[in-house]
Design a protein around this ligand. Structure first.
Ligand SMILES: [Mg+2]
Length: 368
């Protein structure tokens, strides 16, 4: 196969609710859609980078630059038959994983279409439906938080994740646990603490949490190992893991007992699958985190979650939790806390080009 054209589109969508974490607050997103043309087929990918560099160093602008000036020129008109050959084209580009993930995802879609298979089959998925949880941002008002939890439990979601930050942690989690003694509950600190906070984090051991996600620095696996020795609750690593080699080192150091696999953070589905395969061999549970993906990135997450090692409900929820209108048809729906893995060829959800055009704020094409 040969890629003969690539389009980039920055698409702006409003969130149905403002979302706050320990590092950012947002009410809309601008993700880059990557449209790849090869051998008469059209594949779609999504760069789900935040606008600001507070989750990692990348932003929508840096992704645009890296895609347009480095990644796309490296793959254009080069023959390829598998994803290793695609990622090899830009192996000299360090990190910039969100940018890579968008281009790589579109190539997986092309490959699935060329081989007449659903994406999950190309990846080796075995699950027919995936377990879906929700991630709730920091809320200033506890009654409002309870209202959201009630709503999502009523909708059938099976796991609730709370974002925490210093001072917005133990008391809130205690209240939630008292009100909902039996739910699967976890917290995510987005790297807001240091080892000096160990006594505070140990208090979270009282609440029977499924895990504490990324309590310490975004680039750390050493202090996490020290903290894990002090905690009964499993630590889950998110921001610290950018490759299968990062995952291997973290497992060797015992920096955590669970890994959150994010397609964007790992530079694409190929590396995400490698982390899954390593953890599956080692008996380490994994789940799929999200970056508020639109329907295209969300579809890729659904396909990834069909792999056998995804044994914990992830953050992949229905489109309606985030957007009034998604950009794919049908929108991704969670019913009773589960999303059906689509059986149609490719991503399994059709990009709605009319709606995409309506929300596009910047466009580039190699055909221009
Ligand atoms: Mg996280």
């Amino acid at each position: 196969m040969k890629i003969d054209r690539v389009d980039l589109l920055i698409v702006r969508l409003q969130l149905v609710r403002t979302f706050e974490t320990s590092s950012s607050r947002k009410d809309h997103l601008e993700h880059i859609l990557v449209k790849v043309f090869a051998d008469g087929l059209v594949g779609w990918g999504e760069c789900a980078s935040p606008l600001d560099p507070y989750y990692c160093e990348e932003t929508t602008e840096t992704c645009w630059h890296i895609l347009k000036d480095f990644l796309i020129p490296s793959v254009l008109d080069r023959p390829w038959t598998n994803l290793e050959e695609i990622t090899n084209c830009y192996r000299k580009v360090k990190r910039n994983n969100f940018a890579k993930a968008g281009l790589e995802m579109a190539c997986w879609d092309i490959l699935a279409q060329a081989t007449r298979q659903p994406l999950h089959s190309v990846l080796g998925g075995t699950r027919q439906e995936i377990l879906s949880g929700v991630s709730l941002g920091i809320e200033q008002d506890t009654d409002r938080l309870f209202g959201l939890i009630d709503q999502f439990l009523d909708e059938g979601y099976r796991r609730i994740k709370l974002k925490i930050a210093p001072g917005k942690d133990v008391a809130v989690v205690r209240k939630v646990r008292e009100r909902y003694p039996d739910i699967l509950l976890m917290v995510d600190a987005n790297s807001a603490y240091t080892l000096a906070d160990t006594p505070r984090l140990k208090q979270l051991d009282d609440f029977d949490l499924l895990m504490i996600e990324q309590p310490l620095a975004h680039d750390d696996i050493v202090d996490h190992a020290k903290l894990q020795r002090e905690l009964r609750t499993p630590i889950c690593l998110d921001e610290s893991i950018h490759s299968v080699q990062d995952a291997r080192k973290a497992l060797e150091l015992k920096s955590g007992r669970i890994i959150n696999i994010k397609v964007s953070r790992l530079g694409g589905l190929l590396e995400a699958k490698r982390v899954h395969d390593l953890c599956y061999r080692e008996g380490i549970p994994v789940w799929c985190g999200g970056m508020h993906e639109y329907g295209i990135g969300r579809a890729a997450n659904v396909a990834l979650c069909s792999l056998p090692g995804f044994s914990i409900s992830g953050d992949v929820s229905g489109s309606d939790k985030y957007y009034a209108q998604d950009i794919v048809d049908p929108p991704i729906r969670a019913i009773n806390g589960a999303i059906q893995v689509p059986q149609s060829i490719g991503l399994g959800f059709m990009p709605n080009e009319k709606r995409i055009k309506e929300f596009t704020v910047r466009f580039f094409s190699t055909a221009q």
